[in-house]
Each structure stands twice: as C-alpha cells, then as structure tokens.
Design a protein around this ligand. Structure first.
Ligand SMILES: [Zn+2]
Length: 252
C-alpha cells in the first residue's frame, strides 16, 4: 500500500472508530478516545481496553480496504471490550488459573451480544466477521474437537465452533451437531459436562458487564478442568488479541 493511500485509509478508519466509540461508550467517549493502530505484523485485531485499538492489515485473507464491513466489525468488536471490566476479569483469571483462551472467548460472546443491544446497526458487521471466520476455520475446529486430548481442548474447540460455525447471526450457538455427528464426535469427552459448560457459555450474554468477574469465578469453580497452570495457547481464535503476540502490546 503506498503511503498516501495508507494515510487516507487510516484517517477513514480512525473516523469510523470515533463514531463507534461515540455510539457505544456514551458519555465516556468524551474521556476515552481510542487511537487506531494498524499493524502489518499482527494477524488479528486487539485492544488494551482504554487507549488503543489495533487492526491487522489483513484478516482471514481479506486485506484492509477490500471489505470495509469486515474491518468495521473488528473495530466494533474491540470497542465492545471497552464496556467490560477487563482488569477485574484478569484478576479472576490470575487467581483461579481459568484458561486465558477460554476467558477471552467468553468475553467475546458476551460483548458481541451486548453491543448489538446498545446499537442494533452493528449486528451486520459483527455477523460478517463471524461468517468469514467460520468459512475459513470450520474444518480446523472440527479437527480440533475430534482430536482433543483433554476437556479443556475440547471445550476450546467447541466454543470456537459455536461462535463461528453454528448460526452466525448470533455471538454463540451451542454446537450440538459437532458433539453428536459421527464424523466429528469425540468419544473421550465427557459430553454431559461439556453440554453443561456450553450452556454456561451461552448464558453469559444474560449478565451485565459488571457481573462478569463473578461469572468467570463461578465458571472456574464449576469446571476445574478449565483451570490449568500453564502459559495460554489460544487455539485458533482469530479474535484473540494475544494470538498475534510478539509486539509487546497485550490485548483482548
Ligand atoms: Zn475479543
């Protein structure tokens, strides 16, 4: 991309980001003004929840400027995280060892439902992103579920399948077919336990943001198999900011 075009694109997207922040953050938008960063090294969008939002130059094979709706969806998603008490959720994560990748997907499910309640026009760009990811990743998630060697791995794959491959009009759908179809079934997984967990994941949209730390603590208590002391390895979640890694910008 030549530098004039890149500059024009940045201004256009920064203006879109300001509009999204105004629509979603209400009074706070005057105090918090997100700065847009564009990275050619990152594979995904991310944010620190208070100062910046970062977009990749390419997302799931779509280059910046090609399908504006996809990048609008990513901006909306990231600003959605600004509505969540991320520091407190992180505290719970540290205290309980609840897997970071799982926490991140639960936050994503929650915010994408919340954002649409506040501003229904943002439903379409969010759904477009989910559909794109589903088209690209469905097979990987199926493989990941079938080959999962632990409850945590199976839960992670099932969550992602439920986000991107069930009904992309919604931020999450319980992936029943994944668990029951012969081709994708994983006989080693405790199916009742997994169903119980996926129900909790789907119910997270019922809670206001302020209750998220409490909800995460409950998930950790109910599903100790999801709490493990090890560095998190996000399993192919294109909307997990940390999966881009390597540039010292933590994010969600
Ligand atoms: Zn996210």
């Amino acid at each position: 991309m030549n530098s004039n075009l890149a500059q024009r694109m940045w201004r256009e997207l920064q203006a879109a980001l300001n509009m999204i922040a105004n629509a979603l953050l209400d009074d706070l938008a005057g105090v918090l003004s997100p700065r847009l960063l564009i990275s050619n090294a990152a594979e995904t969008a991310s944010t620190d929840g208070k100062l910046w939002v970062r977009l990749p130059e390419e997302f799931c094979g779509v280059r910046l400027g090609e399908r504006m709706q996809i990048f609008m969806g990513l901006l909306v998603h990231e600003i959605g995280h600004w509505l969540q008490p991320l520091d407190q959720v992180q505290e719970v994560e540290k205290k309980t060892d609840l897997d970071h990748a799982v926490v991140n997907i639960l936050l994503d499910i929650h915010l994408e439902a919340l954002v649409v309640r506040i501003f229904p026009l943002f439903a379409a760009p969010l759904a477009a992103v989910r559909e794109l990811v589903g088209q690209k990743m469905r097979k990987e998630y199926e493989k990941g579920y079938k080959g999962a060697a632990s409850f945590l791995e199976a839960a992670n794959a099932a969550l992602l399948y439920g986000r991107f491959c069930v009904d992309t009009d919604w931020s999450f759908g319980v992936p029943r077919s994944l668990m029951t179809r012969k081709r994708t079934q994983n006989k080693d997984v405790d199916e009742d336990e997994l169903k119980h967990f996926l129900k909790a994941a789907s119910d997270i949209v019922l809670f206001p943001s302020v209750q998220l730390p409490e909800v995460m603590a409950q998930v950790a208590k109910d599903f100790p198999e999801l709490c493990v002391k090890r560095p998190s390895i996000p399993f192919l979640n294109p909307l997990d900011g940390l999966s881009s890694g390597g540039d010292c910008l933590p994010g969600v």
